[in-house]
Write a protein that binds this ligand. Structure first.
Ligand SMILES: [Zn+2]
Ligand SMILES: [Zn+2]
Length: 146
């Protein structure tokens, strides 16, 4: 049984709470919260006339929103699912208009060890780098120079 789905369906809680109050069912956290809510409500408002069933009905009807189980509040970012990594950054490879323009690759070129020139670059970083291999390395590794 899933706690989340259970907490979201107040009718299930109400039924469970009613049976739990009758002492013939296990008390789930959501039901316990409702039971406690009823006790607190009685204590705070001094409203002893409001019996458990009426209290739960009012909760279900949204009349007592402060007693709605917190488990029913969606957790995490309110905007929904976090963006996948592929959408959170926007770096795209491009080719220099001048086909003869081939600067040193920012990633794999080292004038002391060996020069590697390329005609491709990252549009956002405005740095020359090979589209295959070097581009991925530059945008995924903290220490991109191996
Ligand atoms: Zn390279
Ligand atoms: Zn980039």
């Amino acid at each position: 049984m899933q706690c989340r789905g259970e907490a979201l369906d107040y009718r299930v809680i109400l039924t469970a709470a009613a049976t739990a109050a009758a002492g013939c069912a296990r008390i789930t956290p959501a039901v316990r919260l409702l039971l406690n809510g009823h006790i607190l409500h009685k204590r705070d408002k001094g409203d002893s006339c409001l019996d458990a069933a009426k209290f739960w009905k009012q909760v279900v009807d949204g009349l007592l929103p402060e007693y709605v189980p917190t488990a029913s509040v969606p957790r995490g970012r309110p905007s929904g699912k976090p963006l996948p990594n592929r959408l959170s950054e926007r770096h795209f490879p491009a080719t220099y208009d001048n086909k003869k323009y081939k600067p040193d690759c920012e990633v794999c070129s080292d004038r002391s060890k060996g020069r590697h020139q390329c005609n491709t670059y990252c549009k956002q970083c405005e740095l020359p780098m090979h589209a295959i291999g070097c581009f991925e390395q530059y945008h995924t590794l903290r220490d991109f120079r191996k």
